[in-house]
Every structure is written in C-alpha cells, then in structure tokens.
Design a protein around this ligand. Structure first.
Ligand code: GTP
Ligand code: MG
Length: 198
C-alpha cells in the first residue's frame, strides 16, 4: 500500500456515525499522549495528517484516514485513554465506545497498540489486550518514543514487555518505534500490509 497517499476521510464521535463498515481498517489505540497520532504521521510520512499535541487528550473523536482514493482501506486514530483530567464518567463513556468499536466493527483487521516505551502496559492497555483476545483480534504493539532511551535500555524494555505478554504471543507482536527518528516504519508497514491485504 502507498501509505504516503493517505488522506483524512472523516471524524466520528461514536460507532453509530462511523463510515460504512466495509473493506478493511487498522486502528491505533493507546494511552493519551502515548504517540498514536504521531505514529500515523510517521507511517504516512506526512507532518500533520493526524493532529498531535503536547497536551494529552488532543484526539477526542475517532478519526478515519484512507490510503489514497481507496476508502476500503483505512487507518483509524482513536482517542487516547487514561487522561487524568478527564472526569470519570467521560472515561467510562469512552471505554464503552472503544469496547463497542472493537466488538462490533467487522472491517477491523487489527489493532496497533501504542505505548510509551518508558511506561508500557498500563492497566487499561491490559484490559484492551483482553478484549482483543476475546475477539481473536491481532495486536501489534509499538513501544514508541524509543529515541528517549539508549539502545540497550530500549532492547531491555522490549524483552520485558515480550516476556510479560508471552501468554498472548499468538496474537501479539511487539517492536520498538520512534516517530521522531522514523525508527521501525518498515516493520509496521509490513504488518499493516498483511492485515489490509484482502
Ligand atoms: P492523544 O491524541 O491525546 O491520545 O495523544 P497521542 O497518543 O495521539 O499522542 P501524540 O501523537 O499527539 O504525541 C504526544 C506527544 O508526544 C507530542 O508532544 C509528540 O511530539 C510526542 N511524541 C510522539 N511520538 C514521539 C516519539 O517517537 N519521540 C518523541 N521524542 N516524542 C514523541
Ligand atoms: Mg492523538
């Protein structure tokens, strides 16, 4: 796929207003501020396709991008979870939307779970892995902001997360990533290709 040809399609507040559930899509999930939108920009080599921000909670809608003119192949930028300043009721509401989306979206082929390499596997990351497991939905984990660690420390973090997720190794793959340095882009493209093909 030509990831550089990606374009904004639409934003939706809930599952009910998402674009038609046909073709194939891959969604980017993770904690607020983990670097989901930045990863989408790095993967499409576009500076501002998805909006990024220093302030957590920037992405509040489900944003859909198409790979070129083909609306049947999409990348989806999900709002982050776990942002401390959001009221509990809003958090729960969001978790419900996310759960609905994961349970019911037929075109969803895989989940890219984005985690800051320095803070991997939050409680809700693990909840999400559980939901994915229930649906036998494959998950590719990006340990992002790898540029913040020396390479040895990055490798250690990768090994630790791998061993903690050993029970899920059939469904879960993991890699280091850096949007800032463009590290790991090829590996993600290969994974997305395999999910979005047919
Ligand atoms: P929400 O939309 O709030 O859920 O956040 P998000 O997960 O989309 O994070 P976003 O991509 O907006 O990035 C959050 C902050 O982290 C921004 O200040 C980015 O510049 C920074 N950031 C993202 N990826 C990287 C990276 O690979 N390396 C470094 N050093 N900073 C990064
Ligand atoms: Mg975002």
């Amino acid at each position: 796929f030509n990831y550089q040809a990606a374009r904004f399609l639409t934003s939706a507040p809930t599952l009910a207003t998402c674009p038609p559930d046909s073709g194939a899509e891959v969604a980017f999930a993770g904690r607020s501020n983990a670097g989901k939108s930045s990863a989408i920009n790095a993967l499409t080599r576009q500076k501002a396709l998805a909006r990024t921000s220093k302030t957590p909670g920037r992405t509040q809608l489900i944003n859909f991008f198409t790979l070129g003119d083909d609306t049947e192949r999409r990348l989806v930028d999900l709002p982050g979870y776990g942002f401390a300043k959001v009221p509990e009721s809003v958090k729960l509401e969001w978790q419900r939307h996310l759960s609905d989306y994961l349970q019911r979206r037929a075109s969803l082929r895989g989940l890219v779970l984005v985690m800051d390499v320095r803070h991997p596997l939050s409680e809700f990351d693990q909840t999400l892995l559980g939901w994915a497991d229930d649906k036998a939905m494959p998950v590719h984990i990006l340990l992002t902001k790898a540029d913040k660690l020396k390479s040895g420390a990055g490798k250690n973090a990768l090994q630790q997360v791998r061993s903690r997720l050993r029970e899920w190794e059939d469904l879960v793959s993991i890699q280091l990533f850096s949007s800032l340095k463009g590290q790991g882009i090829e590996e993600v493209h290969q994974r997305l290709d395999s999910w979005l093909l047919d």
